[in-house]
Design a protein around this ligand. Structure first.
Ligand SMILES: [Zn+2]
Length: 360
C-alpha cells in the first residue's frame, strides 16, 4: 500500500476513535441529557434523518447495520424525541406555530428491500412514522442502482486493478477496502453524467473486467417489490417519489428532469392507488439540485421536497429545499456496541456546538 494512503487511513481511524471516545464521555456522563434540557427552551427546529439501506456494511458507509438501526430507533423513542411524519412536519412548518423541541422526521431513500425486512418491524414496535422515497425504475425492473451494482462487483472480484481509461477515467488499484471506496466514489460520481444506457454499458464493462457475473439474484432482489410497498403502506409507511432512473436532476435537460419527476409520481400513484405528495432529489447535494430543478418539482403537485444538504428546518425554510442529516455508519465490528452513545451525541447537536465535524 502507498505510504501516504496508509497514513491517511490511520489518521481517519484515529479521528474516529477520538470521536467515539468523546461521544461515550458525553453520553455516559449525562452531559448529553443536560445539553438537551438546556436546548429544549429554544425548540423551533425540525431535523430530518435520511437513511438508505439497513444491512451489512458496504464500503460506501450508507448501509446501517440492523443492530445499529435498532439502537437508533430505541434511543429516539425512549429519550423523549418528538418523532413526526414528513407530512406533519410540512403542516407544522406551514402553520408557523412553534415547533416542539427535539422534533425529528425519519426518511429512507431509494426503496431498498431492507425497508420491508427491518424498518417495518421497527415501525410496528415503536409506532414510528417513516417516509420512503422510491426510484420507480429499479422497483419496476427488479434491478439495482448503479452504486449497489458497483459495490457488489468490487466485493466479489478477486482482481486488484480496474482499468477505466477507455472511459476517460483512470486505472484504479482496488487492492483493499479503502482503495475500493475511493475508486467507487469517483466512478459513481462520473456515472451521474451518463445517460441510463451508457451507465448500463459502463457497469457491463466493469463486471467483465472484474470477472464477476452480471445480473446475479442478490442484485435483482435488492429493491422492494410493489407488493412489499403496498403491504408497508397498509402498515403505516408513507411513500414519496425519487424519480425513475435516479439521475442527478441538475445535470439533465429541463424536459428530461420534468419527465423523470412526472413519470415516477404517476407510476407510484397508479401502483398504490393514492396521491404521492412528497419528493426527494436523487443525490441531493448542491451540485444535484439547482433552482431550475427546485421550481420544476414545486409545480408538479408535491407539498414538499427534501435534499441531502445538511442542516435543520424551521418556519423560514423553503418547503422544496428541506435539509436533512444523512445517517451513515462509520462504526465497524465491536465499536458498533457504542452506536447508541454516538447517535445520542450526534442527535443532540453537541458536536457542532463544540465545533467538531458531524456526519450524522
Ligand atoms: Zn437516492
Amino acid at each position: 500500500m502507498h505510504i501516504a494512503v496508509y497514513k491517511e487511513m490511520m489518521g481517519s481511524d484515529m479521528r474516529l476513535a477520538a470521536k467515539v471516545a468523546l461521544c461515550c464521555l458525553l453520553y455516559y456522563s449525562g452531559a448529553v441529557g443536560f445539553f438537551r434540557r438546556f436546548r429544549k427552551r429554544k425548540g423551533g427546529e425540525i431535523k430530518i434523518l435520511a437513511y438508505h439501506d439497513i444491512g451489512p456494511q458496504s464500503f460506501f458507509n450508507l448501509q446501517v447495520p440492523e443492530k445499529v438501526f435498532e439502537s437508533h430507533m430505541s434511543y429516539l423513542s425512549e429519550s423523549g424525541y418528538n418523532i413526526i411524519s414528513l407530512e406533519e412536519a410540512v403542516e407544522l412548518l406551514k402553520s408557523k406555530k412553534p415547533v416542539p423541541a427535539d422534533t425529528v422526521v425519519i426518511t429512507f431513500d431509494d426503496g431498498y428491500r431492507s425497508v420491508y425486512e427491518h424498518v417495518l418491524p421497527a415501525v410496528r414496535r415503536y409506532g414510528i412514522p417513516v417516509t420512503v422515497f422510491l426510484s420507480t425504475g429499479p422497483v419496476e425492473k427488479r434491478g439495482p442502482l448503479f452504486v449497489d451494482a458497483l459495490a457488489y462487483a468490487f466485493e466479489k472480484t478477486g482482481k486488484e486493478r480496474l482499468d477505466l481509461t477507455p472511459w476517460g477515467l483512470r486505472a484504479y488499484s482496488i487492492a483493499n477496502a479503502g482503495l475500493k471506496e475511493r475508486a467507487g466514489l469517483e466512478i459513481n460520481d462520473f456515472s451521474k453524467d451518463l445517460k441510463t444506457e451508457e451507465r448500463r454499458k459502463l457497469l457491463q464493462f466493469i463486471f467483465e473486467k472484474l470477472d464477476v457475473e452480471l445480473d446475479p439474484p442478490e442484485l435483482r432482489n435488492r429493491m422492494l417489490t410493489w407488493e412489499e410497498v403496498r403491504i408497508s403502506k397498509s402498515q403505516g409507511v408513507s411513500f414519496g417519489a425519487h424519480t425513475v432512473t435516479h439521475p442527478s436532476l441538475a445535470r439533465i435537460s429541463t424536459e428530461e428532469a420534468g419527465e423523470e419527476i412526472n413519470r415516477s409520481k404517476k407510476m407510484m400513484e397508479e401502483r398504490l392507488d393514492s396521491e404521492v405528495k412528497t419528493f426527494a432529489y436523487p443525490y441531493g447535494s448542491a451540485k444535484d439540485v439547482d433552482r431550475k430543478v427546485r421550481d420544476i418539482v414545486s409545480e408538479k403537485g408535491f407539498s414538499c421536497a427534501v435534499t441531502l444538504q445538511m442542516g435543520i428546518n424551521n418556519g423560514g425554510s423553503d418547503l422544496f429545499m428541506l435539509k436533512r442529516t444523512c445517517v451513515t455508519n462509520q462504526l465497524r465490528g465491536p465499536l458498533q456496541a457504542l452506536s447508541r452513545a454516538v447517535f445520542a451525541v450526534e442527535m443532540s447537536g453537541m458536536l457542532s456546538c463544540l465545533g467538531r465535524g458531524n456526519r450524522g
